[in-house]
Design a protein around this ligand. Sequence first.
Ligand SMILES: *[C@@H]1O[C@H](CO)[C@@H](O)[C@H](O)[C@H]1NC(C)=O
Length: 185
Amino acid sequence: MLMLLLTLIALSDVNGQTFHLGSCPKPPVQNNFELSKYLGTWYEIEKLPASFEKGNCVQATYSLNEDATIKVLNQEVLPNGKTHSIVGTAVSRNLEEPAKLGVSFSFFQPYSPYWVLSTDYESHSLVYSCCNVLGIFYVDFAWILARTRTLPAENVTQLRDVFTSSNIDITKMTQTDQTNCPNFM
Ligand SMILES: *[C@@H]1O[C@H](CO)[C@@H](O)[C@H](O)[C@H]1NC(C)=O
């Protein structure tokens, strides 16, 4: 438990992180989630929380591993202009709610929740991750992802409303810069 707490604090950095008292909201997730349609590349449109030292051109590519787990390839351009990538694993263990995935980027790291709240597979996906800590507070993360590097402002507004209607506080959500991006390999 202490390890989890330290991990969360390390992950959350100090910048813009919000710790909320109470326990995680329990938003509805995508019905009949179909992993095969979800695979491929998603671009980060907005994320929670804000972080000052953030990368741009953030994207995630999902593909199947031979053991039926999911390979997660996250790529971004760092503030110093260098490209950076990290590979992780996602698993779907909840047969009744397949939209509740778990993602880990290290053998030593516990799986973090990766809940797909809503996706049409072809244009957008809303992802939420929340952990309760010591029964006292919770730390959460949220992403608006799209199949394209940008979305019309009206669409982003509509997508933000989905989070808000599930009592998820996204006031600190920030837009990811997706301009002048390289073609990652
Ligand atoms: C934006 O929203 C409209 C109306 O819901 C939808 O028809 C359109 O496909 C959306 N565009 C994108 C790129 O998601």
